[in-house]
Write a protein that binds this ligand. Structure first.
Ligand code: NAG
Ligand code: NAG
Ligand code: NAG
Ligand code: NAG
Length: 424
């Protein structure tokens, strides 16, 4: 989602979508206080078993049988690897130091998987690996947050040049000339075709029409040339929306329109991932690898966004201090299920960039009120959705570097095989 201070409408929209989510979560908690314990326990079991089962999905075909996505945050005195002075690519609203964030402890951590070491991304090695390659970030502004983190981390070696096809900030393209390596950003917060049906609606945030079974061709028709596509979506699904399938209304999420059945936001969420992955499976000329980047939870506490809700923790959680539950768990499970279904089709290479658990443990990594000046009238005063740069999202580069290494290893072990076949 966009959070440009000058663009108040977008901010208002963003805020309300987060607000709506929180309203719902709060309502559910208030209405069912007695249920709080038991779903958590069963959810946790379910979650652990999913993660466990996920192991063979994530890292098959390689010697290092380690689930890099289950672990803890540990001290790293070497971080951060850039500052707001050395990197110009930091988005205003994630430039926390500029806006006076007083603490810096949140910068001093790295992710440590339970069974192995995950090396901190080496920018020289990464760029060597990425030579002549292209990576697309497809999804919402958390995807842009990840791309800008990559640009800052790699800026120790080189800055890319802007080769964007248009001036539209929703579709950016950057090239590292010395490496012939290209990064692109496609903004598609719903992943499917959508439009705004009503700019007001019951929450005064607009109602969106989501065509759950139709491709958003602004990205689906553009991905053939990419070696890697990193797909994400999540925070926009808390908005009010009318759901279409087969060009007919099948229901909506909190649209308050007579005769339209209310459906949970998970209904839309599941179907858009199904459609997005189907679009990819259907691209004859796409031979790249798709990384489904799993949902990164927000961390509002002590109230909703407009009731002083905020993310004030100054330390990561240990893995035994919190669990994935509620909407976070629902979104994560849906992503896993749709990922598996797409993988079963067997047509394309799908990988899980499973950031959910690591980010669940980082309530300290959001801009909170340090994404703008104190006197600035931004409606999302406390941003507990995006991530400060530098900050914990920099660790996604460690995951990505590891996964690209694994891909390279796979290709190098596959190649002699193909040659042998051809020789016979
Ligand atoms: C960077 O952050 C410092 C505070 O650490 C601030 O004074 C400065 O204005 C910021 N610079 C930029 C370019 O954002
Ligand atoms: C740059 O990379 C692309 C693939 O992304 C390749 O087709 C092209 O030949 C490369 N250009 C040079 C000059 O090596
Ligand atoms: C709702 O459905 C009823 C029964 O099908 C119909 O009579 C009525 O006109 C519908 N109302 C709207 C606003 O479409
Ligand atoms: C979590 O684990 C740590 C280290 O094993 C331990 O010191 C701590 O007491 C545990 N906390 C909880 C809430 O169980």
């Amino acid at each position: 989602m966009e959070l440009t201070a000058k663009n108040n409408k977008k901010i208002r929209n963003t805020v309300i979508l987060i607000g709506t989510a929180l309203i719902l979560i709060t309502v559910i908690r208030l209405n069912y206080p007695l249920l709080q314990q038991s779903p958590s326990l069963s959810s946790y079991k379910e979650y652990s078993s999913v993660v466990h089962a996920g192991r063979d999905i994530k890292l098959t075909n390689n010697q290092e049988e380690c689930d890099i996505f289950t672990g803890e945050w540990v001290r790293n005195t070497d971080a951060p690897y850039y500052t707001n002075k050395t990197c110009w690519a930091i988005h205003e609203h994630q430039n926390c130091m500029k806006y006076g964030r007083p603490d810096s402890d949140f910068l001093k951590w790295k992710w440590k998987p339970d069974g192995c070491e995950l090396p901190v991304m080496n920018p020289y090695q990464f760029l060597d690996m990425a030579r002549d390659k292209t990576i697309a970030f497809v999804g919402d502004s958390v995807g842009r947050n990840q791309m800008q983190s990559m640009i800052c981390l790699l800026s120790r070696v080189e800055y890319p040049i802007d080769v964007s096809p248009t001036t539209d900030e929703h579709f950016k393209r950057w090239t590292y000339v010395n490496y012939n390596f290209t990064l692109a950003y496609f903004w598609t917060p719903f992943l499917v075709r959508s439009d705004e049906r009503d700019s007001d609606g019951p929450t005064h945030t607009g109602i969106f029409n989501l065509y759950l079974d139709e491709f958003d061709e602004s990205w689906t028709s553009e991905i053939d040339e990419f070696d890697y596509v990193i797909l994400n979506a999540g925070h926009w699904f808390t908005r009010t929306a009318v759901y279409y399938e087969n060009r007919r209304i099948v229901g909506c999420r909190f649209c308050q329109i007579p005769n339209i059945t209310d459906l949970p936001m998970t209904y839309g969420y599941r179907r858009v991932f199904r459609t997005a992955l189907r679009a990819i499976n259907g691209r004859k000329n796409f031979n790249g690898v798709v990384f489904l980047r799993t949902f990164a939870p927000s961390h509002f506490e002590n109230g909703m966004w407009n009731e002083g809700g905020n993310c004030l923790r100054r330390r990561p959680y240990r893995s035994n201090e919190t669990i994935l539950e509620g909407l976070n768990l629902d979104f994560y499970m849906i992503q896993l299920e749709e990922f598996r279904a797409a993988q079963r089709e067997g047509k394309k290479k799908f990988r899980l960039l499973d950031t959910t658990q690591a980010m669940l443990l980082r309530p300290d990594g959001h801009p909170s009120r340090y994404g703008h000046w104190p006197e600035e009238k931004v409606t999302l005063y406390n941003d507990c959705v995006h991530w400060c740069l530098p900050g914990p999202i920099d660790s996604w580069a460690d995951f990505l570097a590891h996964m690209l290494k694994m891909e390279a290893r796979k290709t190098s072990t596959e190649r002699p095989f193909q040659r042998q076949k051809k020789m016979h």
